[in-house]
Each structure stands twice: as structure tokens, then as C-alpha cells.
Design a protein around this ligand. Structure first.
Ligand code: TIU
Length: 229
């Protein structure tokens, strides 16, 4: 097993592909699609949609190399028993989680809007982690799955940069995982949070992890496969 190195900030990220999972956070229709819950709240979904193509390329390369791919979805049980009342009422919105939205009940498992966008749809064999919180480790079996697969490093992509991606990277870092975040594969509705969300990860010599871009990761993977051929 070979160690690969990717140019990154604050310094090169080294990883063993067989021990590294691609963890795609919450690329769900309600966050990304025009007419979904995200847009209904007044958000600019184009800020997130620019991440679809780079994620597609990274996902294709990860699959082609036979490496571990994991997907997450933020959402709740139809009976709302795992939805904290504080989360339900936050924002005093007219339409909140569990209510009828443009693509079914908002952020409820099994509803169209809760599902992953077709461009990045999980393949059989790729675990989908349904999470009730912003972090992917809270109240899920993600850590058990990573341990059972021998995963030690994570390439974390998805939406949104400062919310579910940042929370998950912080949770993973505290659990000993080394996280790389490709900036073009993560998105925020707010450009200033995109910038600061990435800065917070790589600040202080990589306090939570590393930041790079998908092109550099793809280059490292293809150089390794050319050498192996
Ligand atoms: N997945 C995720 O980030 N959930 C959010 O609610 N993000 C917002 O930015 N609102």
C-alpha cells in the first residue's frame, strides 16, 4: 500500500488510499435543487450547485480505484421522534422540518427532497448514513463503519461548508481521523462563510485538517495508477 501526497494547505496531505474514504455530506435535493427547501428559505442554490461537477469527477475516480465511498443525508424519522423540539422551532419559520414542502415533507427520510441528487446517487455497496444532526458522527453508526472498514483518513465534500461539513470535520478530527477538504467540492449559500469555513479548517497549522482542490487529488490518484500499470 502506497502513501500518496496531495499539495494542500497548510502543508501536503499524505494518505493511503485503501485507508481513506470519500465522505460526501448531504448532497440532497432539498439543499441543492431549484424549488427545494433551501431555495424556499431564500438561499442562492447556485452557490451549492457549482460543487456538483467536481464532486462527480472525484466520485468517479474514487469508484474507479475501488476505494470506499460513504454518503450522508440530514433528516428525521417520519414520526419526528428524533427531531429535537429546539430544531423544529428554530427560526420561527412558517414551514419547518416535517411540514409539507416543495418536494415532500421537509428533511424527512423517504421523501423526494431528502434524497441525494441524481448526479451523485449512491451505488449499491456505498453506505448511506442518515444523520439527525449537522455532524455525521452524532447519533449515527459512522464511526463503527469506519473502524470496521479500516478507514483512518477522510476526504470530506458536500454541503454546507460552514455547517455540516465543518461540524463533521471537527467531530472526525477529535476522533483521530485526518481530513482533507477539497474547496471546489464544498459549498455554502454565503460566499463569506465559504471562505472563512475553509480558513478555519486549515488555520493554526491545520487545527482541524487540510484544504486542497479536487484537481490535485485526481492528479495524485492518476499518477499512482499510472505507476502501478
Ligand atoms: N447539511 C447542512 O449543512 N445542513 C444545513 O442545514 N445547512 C445549512 O447551511 N443550513
Amino acid at each position: 500500500m502506497k502513501i500518496l501526497s496531495v499539495p494542500a494547505e497548510p502543508y501536503p496531505y499524505e494518505f493511503i488510499p485503501e485507508h481513506t474514504a470519500l465522505l460526501i455530506i448531504d448532497m440532497q435535493r432539498d439543499f441543492l435543487e431549484p424549488g427545494g427547501f433551501g431555495e424556499m428559505l431564500g438561499n442562492d442554490v447556485s452557490q451549492l450547485r457549482r460543487t456538483i461537477e467536481p464532486n462527480k469527477r472525484l466520485l468517479a475516480a474514487w469508484r474507479e480505484a475501488g476505494l470506499t465511498v460513504l454518503h450522508t443525508r440530514e433528516g428525521h424519522r417520519p414520526d419526528l421522534s428524533d427531531l429535537p423540539p429546539a430544531k423544529k422551532v428554530r427560526g420561527h419559520g412558517k414551514t419547518t422540518i416535517g411540514d409539507a414542502g416543495p418536494m415532500g415533507r421537509i428533511l424527512i427520510r423517504g421523501e423526494a427532497g431528502h434524497d441525494i441528487i441524481p448526479e451523485l446517487y449512491p451505488q449499491p455497496g456505498e453506505a448511506v448514513i442518515d444523520k439527525p444532526g449537522k455532524g455525521a458522527f452524532f447519533a449515527t453508526d459512522l464511526q463503527a463503519i469506519l473502524q470496521n472498514l479500516g478507514i483512518r483518513s477522510l476526504v470530506v465534500t458536500g454541503v454546507t461548508t460552514e455547517v455540516c461539513v465543518n461540524t463533521t470535520v471537527r467531530e472526525a478530527n477529535d476522533r483521530g481521523y485526518e481530513c482533507l477538504v477539497p474547496s471546489d467540492c464544498v459549498g455554502s449559500y454565503f460566499p463569506e462563510f465559504q471562505e472563512m469555513g475553509l480558513k478555519m479548517i486549515k488555520a493554526q497549522s491545520g487545527i482541524f485538517g487540510w484544504v486542497s482542490d479536487s484537481g490535485k487529488i485526481l492528479a495524485a490518484l492518476s499518477a499512482a495508477s499510472a505507476q502501478a500499470a
